[in-house]
Design a protein around this ligand. Structure first.
Ligand code: CMP
Length: 151
Protein backbone atom coordinates (compact mmCIF):
# COMPACT_ATOMS: atom_id res chain seq x y z
CA UNK A 1 0.00 0.00 0.00
CA UNK A 2 1.23 3.49 -0.83
CA UNK A 3 1.77 5.36 2.43
CA UNK A 4 3.25 8.54 3.75
CA UNK A 5 5.37 8.70 6.85
CA UNK A 6 7.38 11.16 8.89
CA UNK A 7 11.16 11.00 9.17
CA UNK A 8 13.52 13.36 10.92
CA UNK A 9 17.27 13.67 10.61
CA UNK A 10 18.36 14.43 14.17
CA UNK A 11 21.00 17.02 15.19
CA UNK A 12 23.94 14.57 14.96
CA UNK A 13 22.80 13.47 11.47
CA UNK A 14 22.49 17.09 10.34
CA UNK A 15 25.96 17.92 11.73
CA UNK A 16 27.44 14.96 9.85
CA UNK A 17 25.89 16.27 6.61
CA UNK A 18 23.89 13.09 6.06
CA UNK A 19 20.85 14.56 4.33
CA UNK A 20 21.99 13.80 0.72
CA UNK A 21 22.92 10.26 1.80
CA UNK A 22 19.48 9.74 3.37
CA UNK A 23 17.73 11.06 0.24
CA UNK A 24 19.77 8.62 -1.87
CA UNK A 25 19.01 5.67 0.41
CA UNK A 26 15.28 6.45 0.40
CA UNK A 27 15.30 6.89 -3.39
CA UNK A 28 17.07 3.56 -3.90
CA UNK A 29 14.13 1.71 -2.34
CA UNK A 30 11.50 3.69 -4.23
CA UNK A 31 10.69 6.25 -1.54
CA UNK A 32 10.21 9.92 -2.35
CA UNK A 33 10.73 12.84 0.02
CA UNK A 34 7.83 15.13 -0.81
CA UNK A 35 8.39 17.81 1.85
CA UNK A 36 11.41 18.84 3.83
CA UNK A 37 12.43 21.63 6.15
CA UNK A 38 15.28 22.38 8.49
CA UNK A 39 14.05 23.50 11.87
CA UNK A 40 15.22 24.10 15.41
CA UNK A 41 12.88 22.36 17.80
CA UNK A 42 11.64 23.89 21.03
CA UNK A 43 10.75 22.28 24.34
CA UNK A 44 7.04 22.44 23.63
CA UNK A 45 7.12 20.36 20.41
CA UNK A 46 9.68 17.98 21.95
CA UNK A 47 7.52 17.33 25.01
CA UNK A 48 4.62 16.54 22.69
CA UNK A 49 6.67 14.36 20.33
CA UNK A 50 8.34 12.42 23.16
CA UNK A 51 5.36 12.36 25.57
CA UNK A 52 5.55 8.53 25.61
CA UNK A 53 9.07 8.65 27.13
CA UNK A 54 8.78 11.88 29.17
CA UNK A 55 8.94 9.97 32.47
CA UNK A 56 12.00 7.87 31.49
CA UNK A 57 15.35 8.57 33.17
CA UNK A 58 16.95 9.26 29.77
CA UNK A 59 14.48 12.02 28.85
CA UNK A 60 16.66 14.99 30.00
CA UNK A 61 19.57 13.71 27.90
CA UNK A 62 17.24 13.11 24.93
CA UNK A 63 15.90 16.64 25.27
CA UNK A 64 19.42 18.11 25.43
CA UNK A 65 20.40 16.13 22.33
CA UNK A 66 17.33 17.11 20.31
CA UNK A 67 17.81 20.79 21.19
CA UNK A 68 21.53 20.76 20.37
CA UNK A 69 21.09 21.88 16.76
CA UNK A 70 18.68 21.91 13.84
CA UNK A 71 16.86 18.82 12.60
CA UNK A 72 15.60 18.13 9.08
CA UNK A 73 11.93 17.18 9.03
CA UNK A 74 10.71 15.08 6.09
CA UNK A 75 7.52 13.65 4.69
CA UNK A 76 8.31 10.43 2.87
CA UNK A 77 5.97 8.70 0.45
CA UNK A 78 5.97 5.33 -1.25
CA UNK A 79 4.97 1.69 -1.07
CA UNK A 80 5.00 0.44 2.55
CA UNK A 81 6.77 3.69 3.53
CA UNK A 82 6.45 3.30 7.33
CA UNK A 83 8.22 -0.08 7.41
CA UNK A 84 10.68 0.71 4.64
CA UNK A 85 11.95 3.81 6.41
CA UNK A 86 12.31 1.87 9.67
CA UNK A 87 14.22 -0.91 7.91
CA UNK A 88 16.60 1.65 6.39
CA UNK A 89 17.12 3.27 9.82
CA UNK A 90 17.82 0.09 11.82
CA UNK A 91 16.91 -0.38 15.51
CA UNK A 92 16.93 2.38 18.16
CA UNK A 93 20.16 1.16 19.71
CA UNK A 94 22.87 1.96 17.16
CA UNK A 95 25.11 -0.78 18.52
CA UNK A 96 22.46 -3.33 17.55
CA UNK A 97 21.96 -1.81 14.08
CA UNK A 98 23.52 -3.75 11.20
CA UNK A 99 26.03 -2.17 8.83
CA UNK A 100 24.13 -0.93 5.82
CA UNK A 101 21.43 0.67 7.97
CA UNK A 102 21.65 4.40 8.66
CA UNK A 103 22.02 3.93 12.42
CA UNK A 104 24.44 1.02 11.92
CA UNK A 105 26.65 3.11 9.66
CA UNK A 106 26.49 6.50 11.41
CA UNK A 107 25.08 6.12 14.94
CA UNK A 108 27.03 6.38 18.17
CA UNK A 109 28.80 3.14 19.13
CA UNK A 110 29.45 4.37 22.67
CA UNK A 111 27.78 2.25 25.39
CA UNK A 112 26.43 5.32 27.15
CA UNK A 113 24.96 7.14 24.18
CA UNK A 114 24.14 4.49 21.53
CA UNK A 115 20.42 4.43 22.41
CA UNK A 116 19.95 8.18 22.37
CA UNK A 117 22.28 9.54 19.66
CA UNK A 118 20.71 7.55 16.88
CA UNK A 119 20.84 9.94 13.90
CA UNK A 120 17.32 9.62 12.54
CA UNK A 121 13.70 9.13 13.56
CA UNK A 122 10.91 7.43 11.63
CA UNK A 123 7.26 7.02 12.63
CA UNK A 124 6.49 3.58 14.06
CA UNK A 125 2.97 3.18 12.63
CA UNK A 126 0.70 4.68 9.99
CA UNK A 127 -1.41 6.25 12.72
CA UNK A 128 1.60 7.95 14.34
CA UNK A 129 2.89 8.97 10.90
CA UNK A 130 -0.21 11.12 10.36
CA UNK A 131 0.05 12.62 13.85
CA UNK A 132 3.74 13.43 13.35
CA UNK A 133 3.27 14.84 9.83
CA UNK A 134 0.63 17.18 11.26
CA UNK A 135 2.83 18.02 14.25
CA UNK A 136 5.88 19.00 12.22
CA UNK A 137 4.13 20.31 9.07
CA UNK A 138 1.04 22.09 10.49
CA UNK A 139 1.15 24.55 7.58
CA UNK A 140 0.08 21.76 5.16
CA UNK A 141 -3.09 21.19 7.13
CA UNK A 142 -3.82 24.92 7.11
CA UNK A 143 -3.26 25.09 3.32
CA UNK A 144 -5.76 22.26 2.83
CA UNK A 145 -8.39 24.13 4.84
CA UNK A 146 -7.62 27.30 2.90
CA UNK A 147 -8.01 25.54 -0.46
CA UNK A 148 -11.35 24.12 0.65
CA UNK A 149 -12.49 27.58 1.79
CA UNK A 150 -11.51 29.14 -1.56
CA UNK A 151 -13.43 26.50 -3.54
P1 CMP B 1 13.22 7.73 18.51
O1 CMP B 1 12.96 6.46 17.79
O2 CMP B 1 13.26 8.99 17.77
O3 CMP B 1 12.16 7.90 19.70
C1 CMP B 1 12.44 7.88 21.07
C2 CMP B 1 13.88 8.29 21.31
O4 CMP B 1 14.30 8.16 22.65
C3 CMP B 1 14.76 7.31 20.54
O5 CMP B 1 14.68 7.58 19.17
C4 CMP B 1 16.10 7.55 21.19
O6 CMP B 1 16.72 8.75 20.72
C5 CMP B 1 15.66 7.74 22.65
N1 CMP B 1 15.70 6.47 23.41
C6 CMP B 1 14.87 5.43 23.28
N2 CMP B 1 15.16 4.44 24.19
C7 CMP B 1 16.20 4.91 24.91
C8 CMP B 1 16.96 4.37 26.01
N3 CMP B 1 16.67 3.17 26.53
N4 CMP B 1 17.95 5.12 26.51
C9 CMP B 1 18.22 6.32 26.00
N5 CMP B 1 17.54 6.92 24.95
C10 CMP B 1 16.54 6.21 24.41
Amino acid sequence: MRERTYAMLKPDGVKMGLFPEVVERFKNVGLEITHTKEMVLNEEILKEHYAHVADKPFFPELEKYMLSGPVIAMIVEGEDAVNRVRELMGPTNCKEALPGTIRGDYGSKDDETCRTYNVIHGSDSLENAEIEVNRFFPELKKNKTLKKAIR
